[in-house]
Design a protein around this ligand. Structure first.
Ligand code: NCD
Ligand code: ZN
Length: 346
């Protein structure tokens, strides 16, 4: 047995799926991301959602204005796809530097009411995206009440993803935050225009984490944590070295008061220790040497963007993540808050 490394240095990574919110809450969570990641794909599910190029430019400017002095973090903007997104908006989006559109099935998750009711309604817009080279990012769950919550991703593959891939072979599609063996197998077998992001929490935890000693709202996200066999399949995919899989935290901050009540919003706040959590997952799989590809190389290659300059270093230093952090005028509880983490970002 070789001794485990004390430090781990990676090319500066990116977060390919992030919720920043807006206003004062955004200003408090943004530094956590900007200290680790050079770029992040910023989700458009604000209230109201970011649906036009002009709104994306304005949101981008609010993010830049909220950055800590000296930060060179670059937000990569997305639009929220609706049944009525005009195809003509795609050229404007491209010109504004928007990189992708996000497909939320209507009602699938937090702030998705304006989402797509039937993908066929968006086909003219998808054609325009394909022409403009914009990516499609997909929340891959059906929303039918009859389908068991734990099966919604698998059913989505057969009902939505497979027809979409058949009808738009040239569109680059990211199956966001995959949570099942079904999705990992689907993406591994798909062509080179299909990829997936995987969160740290889905690599580290199975659905038992939701019920340890009582109901745990801070572990509740969508798609919800799945069985252990699925977690293992995600770890195999993330550590396989395949360029189809890359880092997307889906860090989704909600005020603690909104998580800790009778109806709790979906979303895990992982940004404060994102890289540390991924490093634990990769180390437990004996694959620390694969983390750089997953975190720093595969995403830019898929998006057609340059690799980042510079590096980040993680050190094997046990430390306790604070239980509570600032969230505008409210408090927020990060995932693993109050617990010891194995790695610490320099
Ligand atoms: C996200 C949020 O809070 O915006 N929640 C989550 O559980 N992941 C929305 C999403 O990405 O599904
Ligand atoms: Zn998300």
């Amino acid at each position: 047995m070789s001794t485990p490394p004390e430090t781990l240095t990676l090319r500066r990574p990116d977060d390919w799926h992030l919720h920043l919110r807006d206003g004062a809450p955004m200003a408090s969570v943004l530094p956590w991301t900007a200290r680790q990641f050079a770029r992040a794909i910023v989700m458009p599910n604000l209230k109201p959602p970011v649906t036009t190029a002009a709104q994306a430019l304005a949101y981008r400017q609010r993010i830049l204005d909220a950055l800590p002095a000296g930060s060179d973090f670059e937000p990569l903007m997305t639009l929220y796809l609706t049944d009525n997104t005009p195809p003509e908006e795609m050229a404007r989006a491209r010109a504004a530097g928007v990189v992708a559109l996000k497909l939320y099935p209507a009602g699938a998750t937090t702030n998705s009411d304006a989402g797509v009711t039937d993908v066929r309604r968006t086909y003219r817009t998808l054609e325009a995206m394909q022409r403009e080279g914009l990516l499609l990012l997909v929340h891959g769950e059906v929303t039918d009440a009859e389908i068991d919550v734990f099966d919604r991703e698998a059913v989505f593959i057969e009902r939505v993803m497979a027809p979409l891939r058949r009808d738009f072979p040239d569109l680059k599609v990211v199956f966001e935050h995959i949570t099942t063996k079904d999705a990992a197998d689907y993406v591994a077998a798909a062509d080179a225009r299909t990829a997936a992001t995987i969160t740290a929490h889905h690599l580290l935890y199975n659905r038992n984490a939701l019920f340890v000693g009582g109901l745990r709202p801070h572990w509740y996200c969508l798609p919800v944590l799945k069985r252990e066999e699925h977690r293992r399949a995600l770890v195999r995919a993330a550590t396989s070295g395949s360029p189809r899989f890359f880092l997307g935290t889906d860090s989704a901050p909600h005020a603690a008061t909104l998580k800790e009540q009778s109806v709790c919003g979906a979303g895990c706040f992982t940004a404060p220790a994102a890289l540390e959590l991924y490093a634990e997952a990769f180390e437990d799989a004996g694959a620390l040497d694969r983390l750089e590809g997953f975190a720093s190389l595969h995403g830019p290659a898929f998006y057609g963007l340059p690799l980042n300059a510079g590096t980040v270093t993680l050190r094997r230093t046990p430390w306790t993540l604070p239980d509570t952090l600032d969230f505008g005028n409210a408090a927020i509880k990060p995932l693993r808050g109050g617990e010891t983490l194995r790695w610490k970002l320099d």
